[in-house]
Design a protein. Sequence first.
Length: 451
Amino acid sequence: MTSLRRRLSVTLALVLLAAGALLAVSLQDFPRRLVEDYVLSRLHHDADLLYVRLLDAVAAAPGPRIDPATMGSVGPVYELPLSGHYFLIKRGEQLIRSRSLWDEDIAMPELGGAVERVQRGDGPAGQALLVFAARFPDAGGGLPVTLVVAEDVTTIDAAIADFRLKTFIALALALGLLLILQRRVLVQGLAPLDEAVAACRRLERGEVVPIDATAPAEVQPMLDAVSRLAHHHTQRLTRIRHAVGNLSHALKTPLAVLAQDADEIGRRGDPALAARLHAQLATMRETMARELHRARLSGGGPVGSSFEVRGQLAVLVDVLQRLHAERHISIELDAPDEALPVDREDMLELFGNLLDNACKWAQGRVRVQVAPAGAGGQLAFSVEDDGPGVPEALLGQLGTAGLRTDESRPGHGLGLAIVSDIVAQYGGTLRFGRSAGLGGLRVEVSLPVAG
């Protein structure tokens, strides 16, 4: 079954992670672009200033070559050697370098058909440069002019990398905190649903459950409906049991009268008819006994208390060992110490009939093994003895009312029939076979129970 809490948690977590991923991608590119745009604005300004100085120098001394000294100073950063600020001017065949390049050089980008170009490059002393190259109109004499201005961005790149690292750490911590807070909000928000489930389970065990007035509007109608259904079911089941009990008591007197009449018929010389009447009367009594047992079964309904597996089975085992004390029957019990939401009387009836049947046929040992219910919601157990067992041909007929495999043992054959009724009432499974360990009959039962 899919958990609503898990689905909401996963969905909201994925939304938060997607938002965090988008933010991380944005932080990966946005700071670099912001800084580069700022640096490029300065490089544009310096390139325009260099071009103006070049035009002044050409106007002062026209010709294919000019004296760089006539251009004047663009700024002290271009005079200091290896300052991180460099320029190159190519006019015709003449190449003019800034004094900051000293004896070093930088690669001049190929503009091709473009007027401007921006790229990254390596500078003197291993510096990382942001390079701006532009083609300008002829500066007199019809000579093409290309200007390259570069700035060292090594320190800026390191600052951006440090900013990214700190931002990613802060983002990861914030996402983790948001996920924890989201989980707590979901748990608190869905807590009324857990209370509703607990209330339904208590109703299933027959407990009186007060409806929480603070339950959400979406949950309250369900609790009200379950409570009404449980109350109606309890009343109906009680009426049915009373009706069956009253009917049984009402039939006892007529049956006794008929039995006396049958005896009278036998004394008058018709023993065959008397025997047939007694047989039919015995069948009627057995049917009444069986239906009374059925009427007492709650079948997983909200009647009766929970079943304390080990504690109540230990009492039952002790009673049966006392009943069969003259035969020295030993009953081995292996059961978990847990409480199950099934009717106690049903389970005692079920285990009592199986154990009593095993004790009747055992030579000296009976074994009961009950597996923990666990998450599967199944009560699985087995009862086996060291008796003669049952022929393979009759295993499929066990549990049929009135069937007796051996008339030498006391009883009416109703025990296993009642067991079959209880298992069917709970929607479980009942299997008969031969015990591999003890050699006698082995009965395996599996009943679905609420968690």
